[in-house]
Design a protein around this ligand. Structure first.
Ligand SMILES: [Zn+2]
Ligand SMILES: [Zn+2]
Length: 258
């Protein structure tokens, strides 16, 4: 029983890490900021993982996130802990996300360049089908192939949902509240959050250099997605747009961390 619970949680964590990797490389650094160009089979694989493990529409995600960069921690920010309090952003991140994501005018305004394909409209935009497919595949592999009781894959899926939503919320809430601010912006750097979110926790660096494909910019920082991006680049699966770090206009380094 205990062994099965642990197995379910480890598998749930594994799925969340795969989802986090696709979120940061494909949705965030790729679509939202164009720091990397993900195309061909890698883009198809990422889109499939988004559909079956997150139920997100990429152009909506990019629109919400670009609006966050346009109005960071001022009126208009979809999920600012400065305006709403970090607990509220942490706990209701999905609700706050949907407010902008479900508004077609906002999505058109902020993600005009990301077209919905026919496949998106007829199939991949339907989150329930994708998540149902992902869960069914997990049940088939774990229960039918490996003989685990049915509740084990379901607990793994539940663990993934809680972890993925919790960690995405943490980047937006904790990542604008607690931590180091080497650059002069309201976001923060947290090593532990960066390790759990494939580099997203270096959020202060990211706000200072939003089009940089690498999120670790200072000593003692390690962006887990960066070696994977470089490796995928060498295999021709994606292209890094700027190999050097490009700071945003006005990005200033504090003389000492605040
Ligand atoms: Zn931010
Ligand atoms: Zn960003």
């Amino acid at each position: 029983m205990l062994a099965n619970i642990i197995i379910a949680m480890v598998i749930g964590l594994g799925i969340t890490q795969a989802a986090n990797l696709v979120t940061t490389i494909y949705l965030h650094r790729g679509l939202a900021h164009r720091a990397v160009n993900v195309s061909g089979p890698m883009a198809v694989l990422c889109r499939f993982i988004v559909w079956t493990s997150m139920g997100i529409r990429p152009r909506q995600w990019a629109a919400v996130h670009r609006k966050h960069h346009a109005f960071t921690d001022v009126e208009g920010d979809p999920h600012s802990p400065i305006l709403l309090g970090w607990r509220r952003v942490q706990l209701t991140n999905v609700v706050l996300y949907r407010r902008v994501a479900r508004n077609p005018i906002e999505v058109r305004r902020y993600a005009r360049d990301i077209e919905a394909t026919k496949l998106d409209l007829y199939l991949l935009d339907h989150a329930a089908i994708g998540l149902g497919l992902g869960t069914t595949a997990l049940v088939l592999v774990m229960s039918v192939l490996f003989g685990f009781p049915m509740w084990v894959p379901l607990l793994a899926a539940g663990t993934h949902v809680v972890l993925y939503l919790g960690l995405s919320g943490s980047v937006n809430s904790i990542g604008h509240t607690f931590g180091r601010r080497p650059y002069d912006n309201s976001a923060t750097n947290l090593h532990w959050l960066a390790m759990l979110t494939c580099g997203e926790g270096y959020h202060n660096n990211h706000h200072a250099a939003p089009t940089s494909a690498r999120f670790s910019l200072n000593r003692h920082e390690f962006d887990p997605a960066w070696p994977i991006i470089r490796f995928a680049g060498r295999l021709g699966l994606l292209k890094v747009r700027h190999s050097e770090v490009k700071f945003a206009a006005g990005a200033r380094r504090h003389t000492e961390a605040a």
